[in-house]
Design a protein around this ligand. Sequence first.
Ligand code: HEM
Length: 480
Amino acid sequence: LITFIRTRTKLTSPSHLPPGPYSLPLIGNLPYMLKGPHIYFTHLSHSYGPLCSVKLGTHLFVIASSPVAATEVMRAHDRLPTYRWVPKAGQDGLQQHSLIWATECTQHWKLLRSLCRTELFSGKALDSQSVLRERNVEKMVGFLKTKLGKVVDVREVVFATTVNILGNICFSEDFVGLEGDDEEEGRGGLKRGLYRLMKLGTTPNVADFYPRFERWDPQGLKKKTSEAMNEAFGVWEDIIKERRVSQKGIDSDDEQDFLDTMLRCGFSDLQINQLAVELFSGGTHSTASTIEWALAELIKNKEAMSAIQKELDNEIGSTTAIKESHLSQLPYLHACVKETLRLHPPAPLLHPQAILEECEIMNYTVPKNSQMIINVWAMGRDPSLWEDPLSFRPERFCNSNVDFKGQDFKFLPFGVGRRMCPGYPYAIKQIHLMLASLIRNFDWCLPDNMGDLSKLDMAENFGIISQRKKPLVVIPKCKC
Ligand code: HEM
């Protein structure tokens, strides 16, 4: 079959295009994406090599699935004009204020990135936030202690904690409850808005593949995205109003939170809402999902769990609450988090960027306006790059220099280049602290009816953030 497809492809494709499958008229290869684009693209790379091309709707996508191909794609990005592909559902005149959805690296994008880097993610900013993170993580541990022996949805608790940490850093507020009773308490807006935005991000949009449908918004996704944005705005609208009136924090020496910083910079309500929604949607599901996957992998892999518990016992001893100052002494914990990000990168595909000029990559011709994608998920599971790649073996990162800072092209969970995640130092601190606290304070087991640990379901769901298909539902037990 593969030989047939290859021959057919050779006959039908322009001669120097990166190889790829025969595409059906009009729909291209869209029907094959149902299991998840990252899985389909990985299969393609097995058949056609590390740089292949595929037609989806009316667009040509070029997919890089090896470190060499990814390096070449990034080189092309550096020397040629590019623009970031933005889902049509998010294109409502908001890009001019956007960080994540800025199509180009404009002056405003630069300003937002540098503001976030200095005020949220620099070493100094991270140090000043540590008390907020520690306080919220202590609350999470306290809450779980009331649930000993009972079934807990780890995703709910961890997600709520990540939202509240960012809520405190940006608005000095806890926005959601840990009990999952926000709807009854009338404060579910942010959680609901963020879940809705994530769901909208996972819904395939006809208009993305057939741009001529854009103006009709056939699935109503544009409208729903804008409703979810408004729902989030409703959560902090009054806080912004009050702060504008009180002028509190207007002097830079008085600044309490990131809202003060945004007000000092003269941001309008629209700009504040846009940046806040992007920080919350980029920074909460991704970290919560990594913690959920890491805990699931550790519950499943008893040896790794014992090794991490031993490290925590040896390095922290009987100290009750883990502090961020302990984290640098925990290399095995760091290795477990890297191993989780290798197997379960929350962003399995780096965002498509289109190159605006025809160019040569690895001796193939890439036509102008092709969307370039780097398949991080495929590289994390490639047996030519990692020994026994499907097994969870944190040891591979012990005594290794491989890091996620965008230098090692086989391991890019936070992306690479100009659009790399600016929040990674923040994310890593938070993940380390929360995971260490979950393991230090509790033993974890599956509910009886779920049987054997080794059969813990590890299926994944592809979306704007890739998560476990089923939430991790487990029982915390007293570590006595
Ligand atoms: C485990 C946690 C996280 C992972 C794996 C992650 C991953 C990524 C990746 C891969 C990108 C680049 C996307 C691309 O090039 O296609 C990105 C961009 C971004 N991330 Fe993260 N991220 C995480 C946490 C965070 C946090 C905590 C924040 C903020 C609070 C954040 C904010 C952003 C923003 C604003 C961008 C867009 C940057 C731009 O386009 O210039 N992320 N993230």
